[in-house]
Write a protein that binds this ligand. Structure first.
Ligand code: SF4
Ligand code: SF4
Length: 338
């Protein structure tokens, strides 16, 4: 495993980090096995969020007994006011079973009024600075999907890291954000490096080998995925000109309307596992695994045709996916006989 210094935090983090979204979907024992395998592979950067339901708790459980100085913990809160942020930090500490968190991030600031509240008097940033002075957290970062907003937030000078979706199909951060981060020595954490599982791991991860990023954090929910990701980043070299043809083909197939499996669209009042449906639909169309995809879809308790087009999910999707229309298409394709 290779290690990088994460910008001005000075943290020495593994190039491959652990993304904590998908362990929400697996039992605690499977989550623990995945995290333990990551540690064996040299992964020492573990990222999660207050918003990822039981992810923090599962991580805390998995790391019980592991020397605290052998890994760095990052989590985040969507709180923008000081009181809620302070409460969230305490919950994170309890869930993660630790007395300090290496990196606490402001999670997915999306609206102007939230940004003002976060930075203003009595806001979340003040609470984070107090927690840092008290030794409860060590560094402050920011995450989000809106590149312009992230740039503005970084320019305040308060944030030591930035976490942003970045992969070979989503390169907007290269225009202004990455140069700014390099100039200001801000640590870069790339989320969605595999586009939520839509990009082939080898191409997607090797893309980063010559990029100025500190940690690459694909979500991992089983030990085999951890091994595959570590292999791509440690054994294979950067993309070659021949690989570029494959990259171009994948980009052309995907376009921009694809699900990154972040689950921000939940909850769906009908109980549809939106990301799950889109995952199976991706395998159906992109990888031509039609029988496999229909078989897995048949096992879902709630099918895509239960969508009543209420629209609740649409405003929550950071990628503005037309979810009801995509579900209709998935339902039509996946409901066929196996
Ligand atoms: S539009 Fe469909 S998928 Fe979205 S929340 Fe409503 S019922 Fe669920
Ligand atoms: S539909 Fe949008 S919000 Fe929901 S999981 Fe996919 S990318 Fe995330």
């Amino acid at each position: 495993m290779k290690y990088n210094i994460l910008g001005k935090t000075g943290l020495r983090v593994s190039r491959l980090g652990f993304g904590g979204i998908p362990i929400q979907r697996v039992p605690a024992a499977e989550a623990a096995a995945t995290i333990r395998r990551c540690l064996e592979l040299g992964v020492n950067f573990i990222d999660t969020a207050r918003a990822y339901t039981d992810s923090e708790e599962k991580i805390g459980q998995a790391l019980a007994g592991v020397p605290r100085d052998s890994y760095a913990l990052a989590t985040k809160s969507m709180a923008v006011d000081g009181e809620t942020m302070t409460r969230d930090i305490e919950i994170s500490l309890r869930n993660l079973r630790t007395d300090y968190i290496d990196l606490y991030q402001c999670h997915n600031i999306r609206r102007d009024q939230d940004e003002e509240r976060l930075l203003g008097p009595g806001g979340g940033l003040e609470a984070l600075r107090r927690a840092r002075e008290a030794g409860k957290i060590r560094h402050i970062g920011v995450t989000g999907h809106q590149v312009e907003r992230l740039i503005r937030l970084l320019r305040t000078g308060w944030f030591e890291t930035v976490q942003v979706p970045y992969n070979f199909n989503e390169t907007k951060p290269e225009e202004e954000l990455l140069p700014l981060a390099v100039k200001e020595n801000i640590g870069v954490i790339t989320m969605k490096p595999l586009g939520g599982g839509a990009l082939p791991a080898s191409l997607a991860l090797r893309f980063f080998l010559d990029k100025p990023v500190g940690a690459i954090i694909p979500g991992m929910e089983n030990p085999a995925l951890a091994e595959e990701n570590a292999r791509c980043l440690t054994e294979d070299g950067p993309l070659t000109p021949a690989d570029q043809a494959d990259v171009d083909r994948v980009k052309a197939e995907l376009g921009k309307w694809y699900c990154r499996r972040c689950d921000y669209c939940q909850p769906c009042p009908q109980g549809i596992d939106i990301a799950g449906v889109f995952l199976f639909h991706g395998y159906f169309g992109r990888y031509n695994m039609k029988d496999w995809a229909r078989g897995r879809y048949a096992g879902l308790k709630v099918k895509a045709d239960a969508c009543i087009a209420c629209g609740a999910c649409v405003g929550r999707c950071p990628y503005q996916l037309p979810i009801p229309a995509l579900l209709r298409k998935a339902a039509a394709d996946l409901a066929g006989a196996i």
